[in-house]
Design a protein around this ligand. Sequence first.
Ligand SMILES: Cc1ncc(COP(=O)(O)O)c(C=O)c1O
Length: 366
Amino acid sequence: MRNLLRDPLLNFKPYVAGKPIEEVRRQYNLTGRIAKLASNENPLGTSPLALKAMHEELETVSLYPDDHAWAYRNKVAKMYGVTMDNVFAGGGSVEILELVGLAFLTPNDNVVTSDRTFAAYHLAAAKMGAKCKLAEMTDGGYRYDLKALAAQIDSQTKVVFLANPTNPTGTWFTRDEFDELMAKIPQDVLVVYDSAYEEYCTASDMPDPMSHFRKGRRLLYLRTLSKVYGLAGVRIGYGVGPTDIIHGLMTCRFSFNTSRIAQAGAIAALDDEEFVARSREHNAKELDFLRAGLAKLPVTVPPSRTNFLLVDTAKKADWLFAELQKRGVIVRPMGGYGMPQAIRVSTGLREDNEAFLHHLGELLRS
Ligand SMILES: Cc1ncc(COP(=O)(O)O)c(C=O)c1O
């Protein structure tokens, strides 16, 4: 039989997402509380303003959404002092990353990113048959090395993907480091700056990616509403960038790519300062709590400006992952990121964080 798949997809390994609570409950026959600390979601739930707007929008779901997401894109445009033509509305930032691949990459191109960073970058390249050049991490193998990254760029590089802070290690690079990198990147290369965890880090030494966009650089600034706003389940994010890049994404997206519910929820969520402040405060407290608990265990935990911690251990991550699941705690094993002894844990409610520390402690002592 003829193989119908495109060549780049023949050996393609799809992204493995965090396990849903329902699946773990079924698999292990669990009846009690399950702590889902696997996907960096907001343990406080969803922005109340977004919830109200989404409830109201339910009345109109017999109608297709606004295909151009006019109100949402204009809201975002106002926030950054740009026009609607500079804003792309995506079904989460992952959709936008995929569209970057679809719109701009061919098997003759390469993309550059860091080793041990968000998997969607190399997957977006791989699907198009483009090569992905990875720079090794520095500082114990947990932090982007922007000098090493710049050294990977060559005449066939079309896109540089950066997550800051990065997932899964949680570390970050500073404004000075980023400005230095931008000076080394050729003007025609697209820099995708993925700021998924930005709301959790308010430190003043963080980069100002939009300042490079304003100087005319090809920079696509990605934001998601899946994390602090608690909208992961409706799939919504946005990208701000130059009109030629936004046009490329618009050309490749499918019609009505963001739903009515998602657009309504996102517009309302972006105004919910109280919820963001409350979530940020909760996160800071629980990140400290988790870190203090982990400090008593034989593990390495790199610094994090996100809502999760990478926990490097002396045990096999797959074993820890399975054993924690049996005990009602879902984390993420990091073997796929080249860290076979590390797990990633998101900040949860206090009782979930306590359960995680308790069970991890027992497993590490066993
Ligand atoms: C760095 C980074 N970018 C993007 C995403 C995905 O966000 P979305 O839910 O908007 O697709 C994640 C989620 O884990 C992430 O860690």
